[in-house]
Design a protein around this ligand. Structure first.
Ligand code: GLC
Length: 681
């Protein structure tokens, strides 16, 4: 059951696809308070055993209780434990205690503060700063039921093409066709599977969107077509800002159509990002989205089938006004004399220029023809860019699924694209954080996701990359990405590249199976990754597990995320079969009993646990997702009673797949053997 309550005058967000009547009368569960500043707060006493799931992209554990978060899409380079917000705002949580199971969604694109047992450990207080929102309460008789109902409310998750489940190599700094050919050949000659290479901003002329360097990429269409013969795709980046430069077509046409966000005086708002001073498309306007979506056309015509959208919180390095203010502060300090304290003010004046709250109050969008100040709708900006892009894709190739993942998002954008987890570091703690973020993202609808494997910032170490890749084997987006000036982290740079290649080979052996699990989860409004308690609601141990996740219908993952760990503790909520992988062909099959186990995992080893009477299918061979044999499988499982595995197979690209007609029912007969080879035509 979903109930909707409205406060003030909410702005349209497009997050919800279901029409519901607005309830009158008091909101159950919550104490509702109107602040003198116009805010509205919802508070609720927490049961001592209550856990809180959700919030999508946020730091800390699977259980969000015990901290204070903010919904405020932010370009944050340092994902520390105290970071209140990251790049997306995913305003959905589930309260779960012996007394209650309640889903809560706040549909409001302004700032929201989630005090989840922080000020008082026995109370949750959710505050909408604007006081204008739609509040949805979801009650079902299971956690998965709430997740399913929420997806019904907000719409089906985005479906990427099948090749997007392949391994993707990326790095900020690849500057030419030649460099990319080298990256590809280093993979191919070592038989490291690879499906795509990302083009970061360096492919553009002066970092200007929708351009590519003529010397470095003399014939992009030809280059992409050659790559495709080798079963590879190029995935270019597009940023939100359009460089202010007369004669540059996206600027000229944006200006001619008046599609940029405006300041109060009606002039275009200007702030710097990678290309220097930029204007910002008003993605909240349908006509501006159409214009922007059409800008992808030349790249699509060159054969590009996937993009990543970035800097769309929007990230603002500094505005004209912010820069002037900082100089004024500097002049004032210089004139007044500099002592110890003043040097701090000086530093703050310049460091504080980026993503300054003042700047987000300097510009306006047109919503329904009326100007709305940016901070009221801040969290919708990235989602608007995703929508513009997806609408453009649908106009260009209506029947096809193209790859799209964005940095910034809001619920609703999960229908049009995936997201990546942003600029993490090559830190062991960030590997753990990546694991813990996955179920919240899935709950909020973002199924196609993953982190920068190896870590984006800082220098990776060989063992850390290896463990990151082991997690990446299971995340729908499996991309190795790193920042300019950090240690190069392509697999082939390391002495243990063979071990890492073998890890990637597990992904390819599992690819048809993981794709099948993903598609069924997406098409049935389910979750691909879940906290354990979603499957074992009556198990008091499962509730608190923070570092293991259920995957698909029948599996559980328990990644190793600690340096120099020779293994790890794993809690099994029931008897399971452990597949301890070393490669797609080399693994141990170990039946284990319900309970706690310490299990050794040597550097190249990692597990997948399978419930009884469920199966995992391994296919053979292939260095690209297009070269896999998905008609003959090794079926792994402990089958004690006759069961059926539904294998989802389609052409991997149709925009409107037919679930029922894409399922092959694989009958699993009771057997003493843990593996059988099956032809599944
Ligand atoms: C941002 C992105 C990162 C990208 C960089 C340069 O930091 O998050 O992935 O590599 O910009 O484009």
């Amino acid at each position: 059951m979903i109930r909707k309550y409205t406060f003030g005058t909410p702005l349209p967000t497009d997050a919800v696809v279901m029409r519901l009547p607005v309830q009158s009368g008091p909101v159950p569960y919550f104490d509702v308070r109107n602040g003198e500043d116009g805010s509205v707060s919802f508070s609720l006493a927490l049961h001592p055993e209550e856990v809180i799931f959700g919030l999508g992209q946020a730091v800390r554990g699977v259980d969000k209780r015990g901290h204070r978060y903010e919904s405020w899409n932010s370009d944050v380079f340092n994902h520390t434990e105290s970071q209140p917000s990251l790049y997306g705002s995913h305003n959905f949580i589930i309260f779960f205690s012996p007394e209650r199971m309640l889903g809560v969604f706040l549909d409001e694109p302004g700032r929201i503060i989630w005090d989840l047992g922080y000020t008082r450990c026995d109370e949750a207080v959710i505050t909408s700063v604007s006081g204008c929102l739609d509040l949805f309460l979801i009650e079902e008789d299971s956690l998965t039921g709430i997740a399913h109902a929420f997806r019904g409310l907000t719409g089906r998750s985005y479906l990427p093409p099948r090749w997007a489940f392949g391994y993707i190599q990326s790095r900020w700094g690849y500057a030419s066709e030649q460099e990319i050919r080298t990256v590809v050949s280093e993979h191919r000659k070592r038989h490291i599977p690879l499906d795509a290479v990302c083009l970061d901003i360096d492919y553009m002329v002066d970092f200007k969107n929708f351009t590519w360097k003529p010397d470095a990429f003399p014939d992009l269409r030809q280059f992409q077509s050659e790559m495709k013969e080798d079963h590879l795709r190029l995935v270019p980046i597009i940023d939100a800002g359009i460089k202010v430069e007369e004669g540059y077509a996206p600027y000229d046409t944006g200006k001619a159509g008046d599609f940029f966000c405006k300041k109060e005086d009606g002039s275009d708002f200007v702030a710097a990002v990678w290309p220097g001073r930029c204007c910002f498309p008003d993605f909240l306007r349908e006509d501006a989205r159409r214009w922007f979506g059409d800008l992808y056309r030349p790249l699509l015509e060159a054969g590009i089938e996937g993009f990543w959208n970035d800097m769309n919180e929007p990230a603002l390095f500094y505005s004209d006004e912010g820069l002037a203010d900082a100089f004024a502060t500097a002049d004032r300090i210089r004139a007044g004399g500099v002592d110890y304290e003043e040097t701090w003010w000086l530093k703050d004046a310049f460091n504080g220029m980026a993503n300054n709250p003042e700047d987000y109050r300097r510009f306006y969008h047109l919503v329904g023809g009326k100007p709305v100040r940016h901070d009221r709708v801040h969290n919708l900006y990235g989602a608007g860019m995703t929508k513009a892009t997806a609408e453009g894709f649908r106009r260009f190739s209506p029947g096809e699924r193209l790859l799209l993942f964005s940095r910034s998002s809001y619920i609703g954008a999960h229908r049009d694209g995936g997201i990546w987890q942003g600029d993490n570091f090559s830190w062991w703690s960030h590997l753990k954080m990546a694991v813990q973020m996955l179920p919240g993202l899935n709950l909020c609808g973002f199924l196609y996701t993953g982190c920068d494997l190896g870590g984006f910032g800082c220098d990776v170490t060989e063992d850390l990359l290896e463990r990151f890749l082991q997690l990446g084997v299971f995340t729908p987006l499996m991309r190795n990405h790193s920042a300019l000036h950090t240690r190069e982290q392509e697999i082939y740079r390391f002495s243990s590249w063979e071990t890492m290649r073998d890890t990637v080979s597990v992904r390819y052996a599992l690819l048809p199976y993981l794709y099948s699990e993903f598609m069924k989860a997406a098409l049935r409004d389910g979750m691909y990754f879940r906290p354990l308690v979603f499957d074992y609601p009556g198990d008091p141990r499962a509730v608190h597990i923070q570092d293991q996740l259920m995957l698909g219908e029948g599996c559980m993952i328990a990644p190793v995320y600690e340096q120099n760990a020779a293994g790890r503790y794993v809690y099994l909520p029931e008897d399971m079969l452990m597949i301890r992988f070393r490669s797609g062909q080399d693994y141990d099959l170990v039946p284990l009993e319900k309970g706690d186990h310490w299990i050794p995992f040597a550097p190249g080893e990692f597990p997948l646990f399978v419930k009884k009477n469920r199966a995992v299918l391994l296919c053979s061979g292939g260095e690209s997702s297009e070269l896999l044999d998905d008609a003959r499988f090794t079926v792994l499982g402990q089958i004690e009673r006759e069961s059926v595995y539904e294998l989802y197979r389609d052409d991997g690209r149709t925009a409107a797949p037919d679930l029922e007609n894409s399922l092959t029912k694989v009958v699993l007969s009771p057997s003493a053997s843990l593996q059988t080879v099956r032809d599944i035509p």
